[in-house]
Design a protein around this ligand. Sequence first.
Ligand SMILES: N[C@@H](CCC[C@H](N)C(=O)O)C(=O)O
Length: 290
Amino acid sequence: MGWAIPFTKMHGLGNCYIYLDGCSHDLSMIASYPQLSEQVADPFKGIGSDGLILILPSTQADVQMRIFNKDGSEAMNCGNGLRCVAKYAYEHHLVNERRFAIETRSGLMLAEVHVRDGVVEQVTIDMGEPVLERARIPVAGAGGGERVIRDRLTVSGKEYTFTAVSMGNPHALFFVEDIDTAPIHELGALLADTHPLFPNGANIGFIAPISRHELRYRVWERGSGITQACGTGACASVVASILEQRLDQDTPVTVHLDGGDLRIIWQSDNNHVLMTGEAETICEGTYFQR
Ligand SMILES: N[C@@H](CCC[C@H](N)C(=O)O)C(=O)O
């Protein structure tokens, strides 16, 4: 039987998702979130997006976020999604304070909304501690407790080095001199979803350093392909740069993504990574399932 559900389309620096509010609406008629994510993401027969995000009640936090990639796979975390969920939750009175907690599959994230005239313009998310141990990211290979810094990898006869970081979800980061010639299509397609080096897949990021407080970053996301921006990836790019001693902890870094800028800092006192940036509402509507 068919059904209809209100949706909001939002983006964080062009990384756009269809948001369903399960705090205000009954979502029980949806048989499969993975299938719905593939359907709504389709730009021709659906709405067009990088995937689907659910805003749900939580027993541990103020609200809960679940994120599904374009291919229907469920991810553990989403930085741009967290900023949009925070904006939605505040503007729709799902929360009463400007600081609140959001439950994700990778733990609780603390959000702070920056509001002007009742509208959330910027959001800061405390993304917690990066995970650096090989086995926990995970990256295949010996030395499960060791960090993955400048590991070698050969693809189609070419040798690369990468550093790996998890921000609740896995990221492999490659440093390049020129972001415009980074092998994003070649490496992204081969490594993100099915390569044995990354047992759970990985988001494949490219970093072109600019200065000790600025870098350029592009990404091929696991489950979605090239996107305009990735919040967890921007955090991982700063952590990887610090691990490779190209940047310093406690120094705010501007990450330039295809869709705009994020400000990231990795704090040494509590080991947490903070991300600040915009979140935007594009439109609201009703999605019909026939
Ligand atoms: N775009 C997101 C990350 C979404 C999930 C990712 N593709 C994964 O599978 O881990 C972000 O802003 O962090």
